[in-house]
Design a protein around this ligand. Structure first.
Ligand code: HEM
Length: 486
């Protein structure tokens, strides 16, 4: 290795033009996991002409997210960030800098602080009750579980952020759109956020938009933008009508008031407000819905675990009430099921991409400025150096263990760690814990018809959130007294 030459991490030889993109199958996290078995826990590849580094162990993740956190706290520029996030003006896609840190502070103070979370608890309770009643009404019938969970999550986030739902269950109600239309928009958003868009990696090919994704992003953006204009106009009208007496009731109110604040470090305009709303809608719904679907899929395959969970619930909660958010410290097995789910099925498999803002030495290798960094949490969850029997779903491994999911333990990073850690993790965890707890407390679950446990496959579909390829279909049967479901 001659002095003065850069020492890059090991990796496969790139082809001209495409780099190593030919090695990426339909499930890139699995392709990169395979490659890491040959090239190691720190790998260098080329996606088109773009340098990419992949970390696949707790030690390497720590280098990027703690030791050199500041250097890697930015994001690469992508068509999705440009066209679906108001030109990188949301938090998720904003480059590291004052706009981003002001936005994060705002989220923490106005939405995710413990007092704000406590004051929105009644919304989560009401929507959870509606969710459980809805499932009860379907007792004995096969249900597509994810549809029910998404409806609840979308309702919760909409009410906290927008003040009300803005969508109706059917077309005859007077709302701007139906739930199905909203869900279609969200599905398209999540798909487009997760695609490998060739123009991101081979910039000079970008203008051709060979896969047609950019065209779809622009079309989708228009639909979302019209919707947000409608929401903002309604909020602005109340603000104007109430004048001095106006009190902010939801996140949109708070943000709109801030557009008139002369003391903000970086000024916020209407576009920024819409981008920040987009963050919360995009970040909050899909992640928790898909995690819950994975948890239920693993449990349905292991009736003994299901029994252990319901034993805990019967002992701690009893049969005459639902699980509340405050019950969580007393339900260690339910908590372990969630951790084990997030170990084997971390839905944000690569975290969001990180980006080097300057040259840096990591584990003796040179990582150059403008390198995109993927932290492969999927691979880390399957690493036999870290986990005994890594492929088995065994929640017991977390009983009595100090490992948490809040970015302190680098072997388990479902929310990331460091400056870019998911700002919504406390809300996310509240939703995950009480929903899973109540799904198990309120119902016995079985598979439809003659379907057997072995027939429940665990195939994945890649995206910004990686989910079950085939939706989980299960049959609920009430476990508690009927009046509780009303
Ligand atoms: C099960 C639930 C959730 C999971 C697994 C999850 C996971 C993640 C992950 C892995 C990241 C990227 C971290 C990184 O770049 O290193 C992230 C970022 C983010 N999440 Fe979450 N999240 C969840 C819930 C939520 C909720 C409920 C919200 C808001 C309502 C939210 C809003 C965001 C935002 C705005 C970012 C971007 C942060 C930034 O770039 O600085 N998430 N999340």
């Amino acid at each position: 290795h001659p002095p003065g030459r850069k020492k890059l991490p090991p990796g496969p030889r790139p082809w001209p033009l495409i780099g190593n993109l030919n090695l990426m199958g339909p499930l890139p996290h699995q392709s990169l996991h395979e490659l890491s078995q040959t090239y190691g826990k720190l790998m260098y590849l080329k996606f088109g002409s773009t340098p990419v580094v992949v970390a696949s162990s707790p030690e390497m993740a720590k280098e990027f997210l703690r030791t050199h956190d500041r250097i890697f706290a930015s994001r690469p520029t992508t068509a999705a960030g440009k066209h679906t996030a108001y030109n990188y003006q949301n938090i998720t896609w904003a480059p590291y800098g004052p706009y981003w840190s002001q936005g994060r502070k705002l989220f923490f103070n106005e939405l995710f602080s413990s007092s704000r979370l406590a004051s929105s608890e009644y919304i989560r309770v009401e929507e959870r009750q509606a969710f459980l009643s809805g499932l009860h009404a379907r007792s004995g019938d096969p249900v597509v579980l994810r549809d029910h969970i998404v409806y609840m999550n979308l309702s919760v986030i909409s009410r906290i952020v927008l003040g009300r739902k803005y969508f109706s269950k059917s077309t005859d109600e007077k709302e701007i759109m139906t739930f199905d239309e909203f869900k279609e928009m969200l599905d398209e958003l999540f798909l487009l956020l997760g695609v490998l868009n060739v123009g991101d990696w081979i910039p000079w090919l970008g203008f051709l938009d060979l896969q047609g994704y950019v065209k779809r992003m622009k079309a989708l953006f228009k639909t979302f933008d019209r919707f947000y204009d409608h929401v903002l106009a309604e909020h602005r009208a109340r603000m104007d009508a109430e004048g001095e007496g106006f009190v902010a009731k939801d996140m949109v109110d708070v943000l709109l008031k801030l557009t008139e604040d002369p003391n903000l470090e970086v000024k916020l305009d209407n576009e920024c407000v819409k981008a920040l709303i987009q963050d919360l809608i995009a970040g909050g719904i899909d992640t928790s819905s898909k995690t819950l679907e994975w948890a239920m899929s693993e449990l349905i395959k292991q009736p003994l675990l299901m029994k252990k969970a319901t034993d805990e619930l019967d002992r701690v909660i009893g049969r005459d009430r639902w699980v509340q958010e405050t019950d969580h410290p007393n339900l260690p097995f339910i908590d372990s099921v969630l951790k084990e789910t997030m170990r084997l099925h971390p839905v944000v498999v690569f975290l969001a991409p990180h980006f080097a803002t300057q040259d840096c030495k990591v584990a003796g290798y040179d990582i150059l400025k403008n390198t995109t960094v993927f932290i492969n949490t999927w691979s880390m969850g399957r690493d036999s150096d870290t986990w005994a029997d890594p492929f088995s779903f065994r929640p017991e491994r977390f009983m009595g263990s100090s490992i948490d999911v809040k970015g302190n333990h680098f072997e388990l990073l479902p929310f990331g760690s460091g400056r870019r850690i998911c700002p919504g993790y406390s809300l996310g965890l509240k939703i995950l814990r009480t929903t899973l707890g109540n799904l198990l407390h309120g119902f016995n679950w079985s598979l439809p018809g003659n379907m057997k446990i072995e027939d429940v496959d665990m195939e994945e579909e890649f995206g910004l959130t990686t989910y079950r390829k085939s939706p989980l279909v299960v049959v609920p049967e009430a476990r508690l007294a009927t009046h509780l479901y009303k």
